[in-house]
Design a protein around this ligand. Structure first.
Ligand code: MN
Length: 250
């Protein structure tokens, strides 16, 4: 009798054990499937994340300060070429799966083609989004206070930012950025460098940028870079700059 009980118990234990292992195996398979699906999704995102975005306004939206033909060529030819060359430069490399911020943070380790074209791709998108039709005026709220505190006044800020653009020898950019201590600063970078790159002289999170390459103004202003810089203040999208500032603070 005891032997029969023992036998039955053994069969039940064996049965439950087999069932448990079957369920565990099934769960594993389903978990692996989920992991694979997540990987697939991530890979899709990584190839889609470097997009050539549409201009946020029409080619003639910034007239008369930035003319239609300049904007057409600047966006459609110059910016597009940086984008295409960036995609070609990262193709088949580890950079393809990195996000832009990670690439910039490690820029000193990567080829010059990635530095020039990755910078050119990002900086231009940032420049377009920082402008709008009927822009200009002055910032409000927290950003206005921070600018007044950092540069004594908004006019003094404009002067220093304009000077950064005027005195950049050759081609480059003028930036307003925030450093890792929350302090605003103005800088200028050569070529297609930006303050996010590990090799930038002054590093920080950019808030506003002005392109001072000749291709940004030559058709309308020829050699008169200061006239283009004066005009730039009429198209600044301060709401966007304030949004970037709030984001950088959080
Ligand atoms: Mn440009």
């Amino acid at each position: 009798m005891n032997n029969i009980k023992l036998g039955l118990t053994a069969i039940i234990v064996l049965f439950l054990g087999l069932q448990y292992s079957f369920i565990a195996q099934a769960q594993n398979i389903s978990r692996n499937q989920t992991n694979n699906d997540t990987k697939k999704l991530n890979n899709m995102n990584s190839t889609n994340k470097f997009e050539f975005q549409a201009l946020p306004y029409a080619n003639d939206a910034l007239e008369p300060f930035i003319d239609k033909l300049t904007l057409e060529i600047h966006y459609g030819k110059h910016h597009k070429a940086y984008y295409d060359n960036f995609i070609a430069a990262i193709k088949g490399t580890e950079m393809e799966s990195m996000d832009m911020m990670h690439i910039f943070k490690n820029m000193s380790k990567f080829p010059m083609a990635v530095r020039n074209n990755g910078g050119g791709y990002f900086n231009h998108t940032f420049y377009w989004e920082g402008m709008k039709a009927q822009g200009g005026g002055s910032p409000t709220g927290k950003l206005s206070d921070a600018i007044a505190q950092s540069f004594t006044s908004f006019d003094e800020f404009k002067k220093q930012f304009s000077d950064a653009g005027k005195t950049r020898f050759g081609s480059g950019w003028a930036w307003l950025s925030i450093d890792d201590k929350g302090k605003l600063f103005i800088s200028s970078t050569p070529n297609q460098d930006n303050p996010l790159m590990d090799l930038a002289e002054k590093k920080g999170t950019p808030l506003l940028v002005m392109d001072v390459w000749e291709h940004a103004y030559y058709l309308k202003y020829q050699n008169k870079r200061p006239d283009y810089i004066d005009a730039f203040w009429n198209v600044v999208n301060w709401a966007e700059v304030a949004k970037r500032y709030e984001k950088a603070l959080n």
